[in-house]
Write a protein that binds this ligand. Sequence first.
Ligand SMILES: Cc1cc2nc3c(=O)[nH]c(=O)nc-3n(C[C@H](O)[C@H](O)[C@H](O)COP(=O)(O)OP(=O)(O)OC[C@H]3O[C@@H](n4cnc5c(N)ncnc54)[C@H](O)[C@@H]3O)c2cc1C
Length: 423
Amino acid sequence: MPSALGFPVMFSTDSCLMKDSAPNRACGLQRLETFVPNAGRDYARNRNSDHGPERRDNVSVLSPWIRYRIITESEVLVRVLEAHSATAAEKFIQEVLWRTYWKGWLDQRPAVWHQYVVECDQARETVQSSPDLERRLEAAVGGRTGIEGFDDWAQELTRTGYLHNHARMWFASIWIFTLKLPWVLGADFFLRHLLDGDPASNTLSWRWVAGLQTPGKTYLARPDNIEKFTDGRFRPKGLATRAEALKGAPLPSPAPLPPAVDEPSADLTDQLLLIHPEDLHPESLISTCGRPSLMLLLEPEAFLPHWPWGDKAKRFVSGACDDLAGRMEQGGHGPVQRLESIDAESIAAAVTKAGREQLFTPVAAVGPVADALKQLEKDLDREGIQLVSIRRDWDQAAWPLATRGFFPFRKHIPKLLARAGLG
Ligand SMILES: Cc1cc2nc3c(=O)[nH]c(=O)nc-3n(C[C@H](O)[C@H](O)[C@H](O)COP(=O)(O)OP(=O)(O)OC[C@H]3O[C@@H](n4cnc5c(N)ncnc54)[C@H](O)[C@@H]3O)c2cc1C
């Protein structure tokens, strides 16, 4: 299937990541167990090295499962803190909290995501009228620029759906400062191929590299740093030696989070629960809020054509939905009705048939799923049904603290862990 840029989306199972990447909870938990012994001081020492796709034992590669909340941040940290002290695991804890921080930051500034979407559409139009830009873009996403490392990462990403964090930083920096390509199209290329493609982590990390997120501060990829952290596999020539921050609109001030019921005070008993790809672990909601009489599961198809992720992520999420439906059945959590479209009328009919006037759903962080739910909320309202969002306790505690940079946010981590019972 062609991507938005017109290039084929490839998929294979030949990398270390893909071999044991079954899109189910059991596989995520197994990966967590395998990684836990390495999550302490070893992680802090070794995490920056990209040893290549065949050797990923210095990082967890848990991001696809964490991204869709197939496994939750708190359960990852519970296991890590059973095996290591908070001091030894400090670095790993901070990385997991980076994800939480980006989510909270963007949820308080949704305009940054919507502006990115607009700029992306504009950049695609510009490409169509500029053969030179189109040629350079094709070379970059096809891994044919002649830049060592960069070309390998482009191919690794399209083949496996994963890149090491350092490779993501080098790639974005070379894309922006050496190849001088529009940053939004680089972020789009990532979103269409990453298994863990995420509106907050991806957009804000690209903005951070470009100097748009922390004004004036950019990330410059250097050949010696790349050589050191790729075990000498790559030492690219001809990289930009300066990284001047891109110009952009001033950062918007944080706005209050949209209204939602806090997880501990929500009562789902005999209610209807709408599940979506931003939060695929209903068991933890049910254990705090009660057992619903029916779960409606929105599959990735329901978000087409606005699903901005590629085929690999779509297949991963579809598999995760199959797994979820099976788990709910086997665990006696209640019946699941799978939905391949967001049809307000039939959803309203299901709610009415159950004798209810409300439909509950976990909050979807800013992005296409949240946009689709916002529209559904309006449509259901016309049918006399109220869509009630439940904000996870983890998000409720952390997101409002993401008002400035990560460093002020980081100070709150001990308090956040204590609130989650991990202190
Ligand atoms: C340009 C760029 C784009 C990125 N796009 C995404 C994206 O779309 N989705 C995504 O999940 N992450 C993204 N990241 C963050 C990070 O690269 C990945 O989360 C990480 O590489 C995933 O690998 P891992 O699971 O082995 O991480 P580990 O090092 O094992 O970390 C454990 C977990 O912490 C979280 N995490 C770690 N580092 C970061 C980080 N810098 N920012 C946010 N969360 C982090 C992830 O959930 C990860 O699974 C991006 C980073 C950059 C520089």
